[in-house]
Design a protein around this ligand. Structure first.
Ligand SMILES: Nc1ncnc2c1ncn2[C@@H]1O[C@H](COP(=O)(O)OP(=O)(O)OP(=O)(O)O)[C@@H](O)[C@H]1O
Length: 237
C-alpha cells in the first residue's frame, strides 16, 4: 500500500505562539480517517497546512509523493467555507466556477448529490442557512476527483437525517485509493465509515490507530475512547 500523506517533524507557530509541535503522520492510500481533538487543538490548522493554505511551517509534508505546493494543491479537495465568494452570487454560478477552475470537478457527480442535498441552485449564497451552506460545501468538495479530501467539521449544522445519508454515501463517492480526512467532535455518527482515528492533543498527534484496534481493545466505542484520552487515560500498550 502506498502512502498518500506523509508528514514529518511538522512544527507550526503563528504570532510567536506554538500551534503544532513535531507532528508525524502517515496515511495510506484509500483510508478514511477521523481527525479528532478539542476546540483549538489544531485540526483546522493541520488541514490548512496539508492543503498548502497555511504557510511558514517547519518540517515536511508530501501528498502522493509530491512536496511542491502547486502540485499538492491539485491533489487535494478542501472543504473551504465559500468565504471568497460574493454573497450575492447565485449557487449555479458557484457551481459553474468550480467547473471552470477545477478540471477534475464532475458536474454529474454534483448533480447526483444535489438530489438529497436539496439546494436550490437559483438562490444566492447569502440566502442559504448554515446547514444549507455546509451541504453545498460538501457537495462541491466531494464532486472533485482527487487523491485527498479534507473535510473540516463538515456536518455541524446539517440535520441528522441528511447527515446520515451523506455519511453513508461518502464511501460510494470516493475512488478506492482516495484518502478522506474528516474532522469532527462527535465521532459516533461517522465512526462506521472510518478506517482510522487520529487524535490531536497537546499540540501533536497523541494517537493514531485503526478503528478495528480501538474497538477490539476498548469495548465502549470510539467516542468514549476519544473522550477518555482527553480525560487523561492512556491506552497505549
Ligand atoms: N489566524 C490565527 N492566528 C493566531 N492563532 C490562530 C489562528 N488560527 C488559529 N489559531 C490558533 O491555533 C490553535 C488551533 O486552532 P484550530 O482552528 O486549528 O483548532 P481546531 O482544532 O480546528 O479547533 P475547533 O474544533 O474549535 O475548530 C488555536 O489555539 C487557535 O487559537
Amino acid at each position: 500500500m502506498t502512502n498518500t500523506i506523509e508528514i514529518k517533524n511538522l512544527t507550526y507557530r503563528k504570532n510567536y505562539r506554538s500551534i503544532l509541535e513535531d507532528v508525524n503522520l502517515t496515511i495510506e492510500a484509500g483510508k478514511t480517517v477521523g481527525l479528532l481533538g478539542e476546540n483549538g487543538a489544531g485540526k483546522t490548522t493541520l488541514m490548512r497546512l496539508i492543503a498548502g493554505v497555511a504557510k511558514g511551517s517547519v518540517g515536511s509534508i508530501t501528498v502522493a509523493g509530491q512536496n511542491k505546493v502547486p502540485i499538492m494543491k491539485s491533489y487535494i479537495s478542501f472543504s473551504e467555507q465559500l468565504g471568497g465568494f460574493n454573497p450575492n452570487m447565485r449557487i449555479d454560478r458557484i457551481i459553474r466556477f468550480y467547473e471552470d477552475v477545477y478540471p477534475d470537478f464532475s458536474t454529474e457527480k454534483y448533480n447526483q448529490m444535489a438530489g438529497f442535498l436539496q439546494i436550490d441552485e437559483g438562490l444566492r449564497l447569502s440566502a442559504l442557512s448554515k446547514g444549507m451552506k455546509e451541504k453545498l460545501v460538501i457537495g462541491l468538495t466531494l464532486s472533485r476527483d482527487t487523491k485527498v479530501y479534507l473535510l473540516d467539521e463538515p456536518f455541524g449544522g446539517i440535520d441528522s437525517m441528511t447527515r446520515k445519508r451523506i455519511i453513508q454515501s461518502i464511501i460510494k463517492w470516493k475512488s478506492d485509493d482516495a484518502v478522506i480526512l474528516v474532522s469532527d467532535h462527535y465521532v459516533s455518527e461517522i465512526s462506521s465509515i472510518l478506517d482510522e482515528v487520529v487524535i490531536i492533543k497537546d499540540k501533536t498527534i497523541y494517537t493514531h490507530k485503526s478503528t478495528e484496534e480501538i474497538r477490539s481493545k476498548y469495548a465502549e466505542g470510539i467516542q468514549q475512547y476519544y473522550e477518555s484520552i482527553y480525560e487523561g487515560n492512556d491506552f497505549d500498550d
